[in-house]
Design a protein around this ligand. Structure first.
Ligand code: BGC
Length: 753
């Protein structure tokens, strides 16, 4: 205990007497708040610098944040660790699960729940109380650097997958932090960029996912994002944090701020932020000063302390958990493999897949250096990463040894450049490794000597930087050359070529997808990625992933594509802070970003405007086929129940992801999307000929659109159309149902200025 603690404790002891000091229990939180001194309260709501005395050495390196302990009142510190896909620690191994985008691509809540459970278990082992995830911002643009951490362009897919994950983690007695609330869909100037959007868009797209997640899983905490929202920092935005999140969504947990000390402290607390993380001593001083000069109310501080105590009493730390530092890496690796295979999306297959182990020419640097996940808060120090090359060999493939030797040598060589070493570069985003140029004679020889070719194309990204259209969305010349030459040479000998996309987010596919015979989008699949890819290629697993985000033909086809820093090249590796010369300048897409597409994000735009895409939202092939029958929607009271029967028509077992989309009458609105996802689910593994009936229950309120003028949700009266099937452009079954008009009042908040 430092001197400050001791004198504080003594002062209080003199005033109250030892026996009068309550020790924190679940039932005496108001008494404990009363017993806290003002100084203690001002320290309590600000995270501590755990690298410094008196905390130094107590916490594992890489820990996200730690709260201030008050031992005299029986209040322990609690620990918060990143991040969504596994526990992020610098020097301890934990399991790296598949990234969020892949999890959502499974369209399977059960998968998300299982990953959550395992991360909850590892939290207990590593002494973690709150996992800083799920990351659930909307994929507004294919270039956001953190897309891989998030789930989807659709708020329902996002919100319900997030809820399942939260339920999984919290079932183990560990908290979650649904982040980053809200409208935080770009990394460029992430600390200070202003997301400017209209109220309807905010409600229907950017806060909807959080609403559903809160409704279905009650996350213990929500993290307020870094950005401004319509001119006000979200962390200082009472409309957002109190009027929407608490009053309307019914959130009763704690609001933690994303990790910055540079905000107006009393305004944050008044808005509804309860815990200021990572925490800076200035913030405590600021609170004390503002209380003295009357610019801050004690009530706000007491509320924040109450919320933090309510959180603490639920945590493993409070319950006396002793960390073992021995997570169950073996069984979780198995789970990582199974879950990864479930979210891979087969984009093309002309009968080539699945194939049996054979003599294979494996091209592409990422075949030998498979990317498990992205960088930044979601990076995980996993015990191993299974490369595609390792996995194929383990499953009996005979790899072209000339190619293998070259690529292994090249990978080792290039990794010596720190720029390409993700362990060093953890916070700034790994650089794209240039492809190795393979000469024509070597490609010719490999076509002659092997039965087939696999080419892996990789894309990595991370926190604090968005991807660059010209360098990272589009294929590069070295990649196109490789693809074209390998396809030419193998096809000339009647041999097949398969492309595996080991990517953090969509890449351009339209210009080259005709070349190979099959394309598997494997995303960033976690530490067991190579094994899961081999499982799908060989048919051990029949692919059942469906795209959670549209792959456009051209980047600029999407509405709002211009309103993103699509070719912004920073002159600093970490562009959290915009270069000093540009800071403060009113630069479009940097200082502010206008969400000009409004609610027409992703498929809402493409489907409504009947615009062609390369691969639509919900798209994905299987090695079998399914038929849909008996689509029915029944409305009863304030809910609807939709059912549809899915039958496996092929000759091998498979799972089918099913979306339930609705087209609503316009009512008082000038426009609505032609269809919106309202629920989804997945069949079990259906044997050939087997059927399963899926049932979706949706509150009628979730069919409503937001009328900004009247500040209310409105369901229009009339006939609604229901579409069943995952692919938004090709419904497999349809039904109609009727709903009567109803209004649901909301608070008028967060208006654009
Ligand atoms: C990230 C959060 C993360 C936090 C703690 C921030 O920079 O935006 O997602 O949870 O750091 O590491």
């Amino acid at each position: 205990m430092n001197r400050f603690f001791i004198s504080l404790a003594c002062l209080t002891l003199i005033g109250t007497g030892v026996s009068a000091q309550p020790k924190l229990t679940e039932n005496n939180i108001p008494d404990v708040v009363k017993a806290m001194t003002t100084e203690e309260k001002a320290h309590f709501v600000v995270g501590v610098r755990y690298h410094e005395p008196p905390y130094k050495g107590k916490y594992l390196d890489g820990t996200g944040g730690v709260t201030y302990p008050i031992p005299r009142l029986g209040i322990p510190s609690i620990v918060m660790m990143d991040g969504p896909v596994g526990i992020r620690l610098d020097n301890n191994h934990t399991t790296c699960f598949p990234t969020g985008l892949l999890t959502a691509a499974s369209w399977d809540k059960e998968i998300a729940r299982k990953i959550g459970e395992a991360i909850g278990e590892e939290s207990i082992d590593m002494g973690n109380d709150v996992i800083l995830g799920p990351g659930m911002n909307i994929l507004r643009n294919p270039l956001c650097g953190r897309n891989f951490e998030y789930f989807s362009e659709d708020p329902v897919l996002t919100g319900l997958i997030a809820a399942a994950y939260v339920n999984g983690v919290q079932s183990k007695g560990v908290g979650t932090s649904a982040k980053h609330f809200a409208a935080n869909s770009q990394e460029t100037n992430r600390l200070d960029g202003d997301s400017r959007l209209d109220t309807r868009t905010l409600r229907e797209i950017y806060t909807k996912a959080f609403e559903l997640c809160v409704r279905d899983s009650k996350p213990w905490t929500v993290m307020a994002s870094y950005n401004y929202l319509n001119g006000e920092y979200t962390q200082e935005n009472r409309g957002l944090l109190t009027d929407i999140l608490r009053s309307e969504f019914g959130f009763d947990g704690l609001v933690v701020t994303d990790w910055t000390g540079k905000r107006n402290t009393p305004k944050q607390l008044n808005a509804g932020s309860d815990l200021l993380m990572g925490g800076h001593p200035n913030q405590t001083e600021h609170i004390l000063e503002c209380l003295k000069n009357g610019t801050m109310k004690m009530d706000d501080l007491d509320r924040a302390c109450t919320k933090l105590l309510e959180l603490i009493v639920k945590t493993p730390a409070f319950k006396g958990n002793k960390r073992t530092l021995k997570p169950d890496l073996r069984s979780h690796a198995k789970l990582a493999r199974e879950t990864a295979a479930d979210g891979m999306v087969l984009l093309k297959n002309n009968g080539t897949l699945p194939f049996l182990p054979s003599k294979t020419a494996l091209f592409g640097v990422y075949s030998y250096n498979t990317i498990q996940g992205g960088n930044g808060a979601a990076w995980v120090n996993s015990p191993h990463v299974i490369n595609i090359s390792d996995a194929l060999q383990a499953q009996g493939f005979k790899l072209d040894s000339n190619l293998e030797e070259l690529y292994v040598f090249y990978s080792a060589y290039i990794s010596r450049d720190l720029k390409y070493n993700h362990k060093v570069n953890v916070h700034v985003g790994d650089a794209q490794k240039p492809e190795l140029e393979i000469t024509l004679p070597l490609i010719k020889a490999s076509a002659r000597d092997n039965d087939l070719a696999i080419i892996t194309l990789g894309r990595i990204s991370g926190e604090a930087r968005d991807r660059i259209l010209s360098k990272e969305f589009l294929l590069q010349e070295d990649e196109t050359n490789l693809l074209e030459t390998v396809c030419d040479e193998f096809h000339a000998l009647g041999k097949k070529v398969v492309v595996v996309l080991n990517v953090c987010s969509p890449v351009e596919t339209a210009s080259w997808k005709d070349l190979p015979d099959a394309i598997l989008c494997a995303w960033l699949p976690g530490e067991e990625g190579g094994n899961a890819i081999a499982d799908v290629l060989t048919g051990k697993v029949n692919p059942s992933g469906r795209l959670p985000m549209t792959f456009p033909i051209d980047y600029f086809d999407a509405a709002g594509a211009e309103d993103f820093p699509y070719n912004f090249v920073s002159d600093k590796a970490n562009e959290s802070v915009v270069h000093p010369e540009r800071r403060g300048l009113p630069l479009k897409n940097i200082a502010y970003t206008d969400y000009t597409e409004g609610i027409y994000v992703g498929y809402r735009y493409f489907c409504t405007n009947r615009k062609d895409v390369s691969y639509p939202f919900g798209y994905g092939l299987s090695y079998t086929s399914f038929s849909y029958s008996k689509p029915v929607v029944k409305v009863k009271g304030d809910k609807l129940t939709a059912t549809v029967t899915v039958t496996n028509m092929g000759s091998i077992p498979g799972k089918e992801a099913v979306g339930f989309y609705v087209n609503a009458p316009l009512g008082s609105f000038k426009d609505k999307p032609s269809m919106e996802l309202k629920e989804f689910g997945k069949t079990g593994l259906l044997q050939p000929g087997e059927s399963q009936t899926l049932t979706f229950t949706v509150p009628i309120r979730q069919l409503a659109s937001f009328n900004s003028d009247k500040s209310r949700w409105e369901t229009a009266k009339g006939t609604y159309k229901a579409y069943f099937g995952a692919d938004a452009t090709k419904p497999a079954a349809e039904a109609t149902f009727k709903v009567s008009a109803k209004n649901y009042p909301a608070n008028r908040v967060c208006e654009p200025r």
